[in-house]
Design a protein around this ligand. Structure first.
Ligand SMILES: *[C@@H]1O[C@H](CO)[C@@H](O)[C@H](O)[C@H]1NC(C)=O
Ligand SMILES: *[C@@H]1O[C@H](CO)[C@@H](O)[C@H](O)[C@H]1NC(C)=O
Ligand SMILES: *[C@@H]1O[C@H](CO)[C@@H](O)[C@H](O)[C@H]1NC(C)=O
Ligand SMILES: *[C@@H]1O[C@H](CO)[C@@H](O)[C@H](O)[C@H]1NC(C)=O
Length: 501
């Protein structure tokens, strides 16, 4: 696709640090001396990195993390190998993620070919194509024009979305997710965050069969939800259902620990429990209360605070706001429970209609939306370090499988899916928002100099979305601090940027 390649190389010409040198002074010239970031997942660590880029080497950046660095990027160990238990795939057009990997000297993990099937609870309905999830020509016969329409729709959305890298390279920031989306795709993008994916697809002329057999299984594996999910997040994950996916050798979470080091940030292993404003004359700073090893501490005088952890009720962030007036409104919405079960054992291929495992040709099985199906997907997985001689285990051998399901698998369910097994490791995630159409997008600025990153997940939840939000918040914090209103929420940026060049 030459057009893609050109777009990509054009973008890479714009150095991401271009903007750093524009000088930095608040009206009185003072730079912030302390910044706190709460959460050391991809969003928080990328924010720390970009804050360092923009605010320079002097500012103290403290990153608070109550659990593991990496957040929802995590691994489990089976038989001396590590496997991704959380966010696992990255798209080739995810430019921030690519840039991180390059800057950190990490390596791309080789992908090991394997076929995917779709199972309807009874039989495999789709098979024998060599797609990751979608392969344009292989499925033509079954779905006809639906496929092409979908492909074009997703490409158009991606192309518009890619504008963000240019805007960010030129230093432009947005004060809300709505402003950001509108600058990329106008009211059409906002609309897509509010209407069901299925409506958009039906309007496009995509057939119901295609929606049931392909789109629904992809939404189930990616978001543990159905095709009523908003069109925007649906499109984001369909872009990820094409080829050109990659992952990081050694585990995706290495990006997070790498970014923390690169940012020269202080990691505090602590649960932040409270945030309150401290007024001194004109200026407002923040005091953070936190606990480590059961002891309560507080740390005062942060000039800027970025919350990079889900704050929605039930997301269990543990953070409380005190002393804000007006009080900060609680954020509506909830996060979706998803269980990742990593099983070392023998797949029960009979369950999928293949009594002889040697004849089972698939590495992963997605499922249609069927009430009796207790799992969303089951896939043979490769370790995060792949040696040169690695080959995927055959279905008649004991292998490592990852099963996604809405609830923990019962013993009976495990015995249905696996003939026998050596080990089972379960990770329960609050994985992504529980999307329901018609919901607004959470704010980015909760209070002057107090920012919230994870609102972006309500438009689309992916590593790259968090990285885009991280860059945006670092730019926004910088411009707000330095009162550069002409760099925030600017209209008609495509035109502005052309004339700037
Ligand atoms: C989105 O656009 C469609 C037409 O393309 C329209 O029918 C629908 O009402 C719009 N939805 C919202 C929430 O604006
Ligand atoms: C999708 O799930 C939601 C919530 O569980 C439900 O209200 C909706 O009817 C479902 N939509 C479809 C198309 O199955
Ligand atoms: C896995 O890969 C990472 C990153 O390349 C490397 O640091 C680590 O040592 C590797 N581990 C093994 C067991 O090979
Ligand atoms: C495997 O699947 C078949 C077909 O659904 C089922 O009858 C059997 O009980 C399952 N479990 C084992 C251990 O074979």
């Amino acid at each position: 696709m030459p057009r893609r390649v050109m777009l990509l190389s054009m973008l890479l010409l714009l150095s991401p640090s271009w903007f750093c040198d524009t000088g930095s002074a608040q009206l009185d010239g003072a730079q912030p001396s302390k910044i706190a970031v709460v959460g050391a997942g991809i969003g928080g660590t990328a924010t720390a990195h970009f804050l360092r880029q923009h605010f320079g080497p002097e500012v103290q950046i403290d990153v608070f993390e109550k659990e593991e660095v990496g957040g929802r990027l995590a691994t489990v160990t089976v038989n001396h190998n590590d496997y991704e238990s959380g966010g696992s795939i990255i798209h080739s057009l995810n430019l921030h993620m690519q840039d991180f990997v390059k800057q950190l000297g990490l390596k791309y993990r080789r992908s090991v070919a394997g076929k995917t099937a779709v199972f309807d609870g009874d039989a495999v309905v789709l098979e024998e194509t060599d797609w990751y999830l979608l392969d344009l020509f292989g499925l033509w016969w079954r779905y006809g024009i639906s496929f092409l329409r979908l492909q074009m729709w997703v490409e158009e959305i991606m192309e518009k979305f890619m504008r963000i890298y240019k805007y960010q390279a030129h230093g432009y920031a947005f004060s809300s997710v709505e402003e950001l989306l509108a600058s990329l795709g106008g009211s059409g993008f906002i609309n897509m965050t509010q209407r069901p994916l299925s409506d958009s697809l039906v309007e496009l002329g995509v057939s119901q069969r295609f929606i049931d057999e392909i789109i629904a299984p992809i939404m189930r594996v990616n978001y543990n939800q159905n095709v009523s999910i908003p069109a925007f997040v649906g499109a984001v994950s369909l872009a990820g259902a094409q080829t050109n996916l990659w992952a990081v050798e050694g585990g995706n979470k290495l990006v997070c620990s790498g970014l923390l080091k690169l940012a020269n940030a202080n990691l505090l292993q602590a649960q932040v429990t409270s945030i309150s404003p401290l007024h001194t004359g004109e200026t407002v700073q923040f005091q953070l209360g936190f606990t480590t090893d059961g002891e309560t501490h507080s740390e005062a005088a942060y000039d800027v605070v970025v919350l990079a952890t889900p704050l929605q009720d039930g997301a269990d962030s543990g953070v409380r706001f005190h002393g804000f007036s007006p009080p900060l409104a609680p954020l509506p919405g909830a996060y979706q429970h998803t269980v990742a079960t990593v099983v070392h054992g023998y797949l029960n291929t009979s369950f999928f209609g293949f009594p002889d495992p040697r004849l089972f040709p698939f590495a992963s099985v997605l499922t249609m939306d069927a009430p009796e199906l207790f799992f969303n997907s089951a896939a043979s997985v490769c370790p995060v370090n792949i040696s040169a001689g690695f080959r995927r285990k055959q279905p008649q051998e004991a292998g490592v499988y990852k099963v996604f399901s809405p609830r923990p698998l019962s013993k009976a369910q495990l015995k249905t899916l696996f003939r026998s097994y050596y080990s089972v490791q379960l990770t329960e995630w609050l994985a992504y928002p529980e999307y329901s159409s018609g919901q607004g997008l959470p704010p980015v600025e909760l209070h002057p100099n107090l920012y919230y990153l994870n609102g972006i997940e309500w438009a689309g939840s992916a590593m790259e979305m968090s990285s885009v939000a991280a860059k945006n918040i670092a730019l926004l914090a910088y411009h707000r601090w330095n009162r550069q209103a002409d760099m925030v929420d600017q209209k008609d940026l495509m035109h502005k940027i052309k004339t700037e060049l």
